[in-house]
Design a protein around this ligand. Structure first.
Ligand SMILES: Nc1ncnc2c1ncn2[C@@H]1O[C@H](COP(=O)(O)OP(=O)(O)OP(=O)(O)O)[C@@H](O)[C@H]1O
Ligand SMILES: [Mg+2]
Length: 225
């Protein structure tokens, strides 16, 4: 069995609009090994979110392939892709995408609810994760009642609840103070070491990036070491 959880080969993305064609990613190759912590840095607009979305199967590349746990995700049906994402990946969106009318606990538990896990098991696990990200006293708050950094931590807990093999996190510490950013990083490192979870995080914070085993820079559509 292969030691890599996620592989992309010759991945390109071109956005077409009325006047222009923007090539955001040019023939990107990346292999993410099991239990590896990778940081991706790059200027605003360099294509970091685009790359993460392609790696997570949330958007289609113009060309190239993404393999997750040995499966080519662009050869799967939408339904199979959703299942693979739910089973293997945890995604922290740059703009969170949490359900505003639901509580922190319900948002975090959603990926397990989709899998049909028993509600009391979900609640217990969701509460534990919320505690780990420092939100023990916010579990019954609705998203609309939480601050930006608190929402971000709810999004991180949600990405982790189904024990993903790989976490794709877009600016997971972007809204956080150094203390809470460190807490999130410690949680990633803990998962990496105890469960061999791979983590790919996009960050603008070089102190955070330098804690990763590999730092890659996205520049002019290419991923540089
Ligand atoms: N749906 C789209 N249609 C056209 N252009 C797009 C689309 N999505 C993104 N772009 C363009 O592609 C480029 C890369 O966007 P992307 O969101 O990946 O950047 P980023 O590196 O994540 O930036 P930031 O650090 O600001 O989040 C940008 O120039 C953006 O304007
Ligand atoms: Mg982005």
């Amino acid at each position: 069995m292969s030691n890599s959880i996620l592989v992309c080969a010759k991945l390109s993305k071109i956005y077409f609009d009325a006047e222009a064609k923007i090539q955001v990613l040019k023939n990107i190759n990346l292999t993410v090994n099991t239990g590896e912590l990778i940081a991706i840095v790059g200027n605003s607009g360099s294509g970091k979110s685009t790359l993460l979305h392609l790696l997570g199967g949330l958007d289609k590349p113009t060309s190239g392939d993404v393999m997750i746990a040995g499966k080519n995700i662009n050869k799967l049906s939408e339904k199979e892709k959703c299942r693979l994402r739910n089973e293997y990946l945890g995604f922290v969106y740059q703009f969170h995408h949490l359900l505003p009318e639901f509580t922190a606990l319900e948002n975090v538990g959603m990926p397990l609810l989709i899998r049909g896990v028993q509600p009391d098991i979900i609640s217990e696990k969701a509460a534990h994760l919320l505690d780990l990200v420092g939100l023990k006293n916010r579990i019954t708050h609705k998203m609309s009642e939480l601050s930006g950094g608190e929402r971000q931590r709810v999004a991180i807990a949600r990405a982790l609840i189904a024990d993903p093999l790989c976490v794709l996190a877009d600016e997971p510490t972007g809204n956080l103070d150094p203390h809470n950013a460190e807490k999130v990083l410690q949680l990633f490192i803990y998962l990496q070491q105890s469960l061999k979870t791979s983590v790919i995080m996009v960050t603008h914070d070089l102190t955070i990036a330098n804690r990763a085993e590999r730092v890659l820079m996205l520049q002019e559509g290419q991923l540089l070491q």
